[in-house]
Design a protein around this ligand. Sequence first.
Ligand SMILES: *Cc1c(COP(=O)(O)O)cnc(C)c1O
Length: 441
Amino acid sequence: MNNAHYLARSLHAVWHPCTQMKTHEWLPLKPIASAQGVWLYDFEGKRYLDAISSWWVNLFGHGNARINAALKDQLDRLEHVILAGFTHEPAIELAEKLSALTNNKLGHCFFASDGSSAVEIALKMSVHFWRNSGKPGKNKIVCLEGSYHGETAGALSISDLGLYKDAYTALLRETVTVPSPDARGARAGESAAQCAERAAAALENWLAQHAGETAALIVEPLVQCATGMAMYDPLYLRRAREICSRHGVHLIADEIAVGFGRTGTMLACEQAGITPDFLCLSKGITGGYLPLSVVLTRDEVYAAFYDDEIARGFLHSHSYTGNALACRAALASLAIFAEDDVIANNREKSRQITRLATPLAEDDRISNFRNRGMIWAFDVQTSDVHFAGKVFATGLEHGVLLRPIGNTVYFMPPYVISLDEAAFLVEQTSAVLNQVLRESA
Ligand SMILES: *Cc1c(COP(=O)(O)O)cnc(C)c1O
């Protein structure tokens, strides 16, 4: 079978995500036959470097031998069992290991299936906590400008992305948005830290007046990914933690994209030395193999639900909650972090890849070249509204999978990318930009 065979069938039967299907009249849809390491292979043997880790989920490459082996072993023991009234070893072990990542400050682990449902859980737990604590009026959620927390109704309510939201406002709750600490918003002469401080002052102003009706602030620590890799100073997180504590408002850290080493530390919050009240994890948690998410929280929150009265409990559920295969993939992924000293090795790799990307950083057509951990991003000056789609299509011709967000091009590769592969990625990205900008000039 060749690409064309699958292409026609997929366009007929599959309604693809995040896509106006009509754009496939000109945008390529790539059937993928297999994948190994950072490479995706189509049915004609052409390969593409997965520079976005298949939507930010893959950490240790496709077809990872160690994760494969763990899953094969798990498959012969237990594939899945209901997690209400039952338990199993991978769920227990994973909950313990994830809690340990927070120095056991967040000792209670609630499983779900994808990032959006983790966010829904954090919102419901926070609001329910205040209700159980005799403060049902504390039910508003504050989010940052440019925030993205998923696309189910609750999560979409606290996402500030017009295009993904406008059609559904009738389904959504009104939310409060406070200024983002995005360092690109720094005024002339202002440092990233001063910019973060200014955003923190706006949060302080809001909560000084509205803490009584506010349940929680939700943030994506260090990098607001979906808005276009907006990076900010850790100072904001320290200030937000302190402000929320002082005003009796929960801090929810959505580390669905930035967790598991993506920003250079296992958890992004570590770089600010803070612990949130709720921590949402997903995406990289299984190394990119299976859907799984989790919300971790404190003893105090757990205790507010622990009661003889059933209605005071947290009755939320998902059918595949704590799926044994997914938990086992997550354990295999955590084992790789330990065995390969991944965080320390990534620190050097990140520096080397930044050095390789110097030609992009110095390109006149590019601004705000930025890096944190294993994320690189830059903004391209262009008025072409089809820029992102053209870079995607041209990228495939050059053997790289790039998926710009507006005019922001970014790399978020699997951690196993070699320096040769990174050099190839940088070279091809330059070539893609030359071609796209020449054609749209
Ligand atoms: C992807 C993402 C989500 C939603 O996760 P899904 O698994 O796509 O539902 C939520 N928050 C952040 C920060 C994300 O990047």
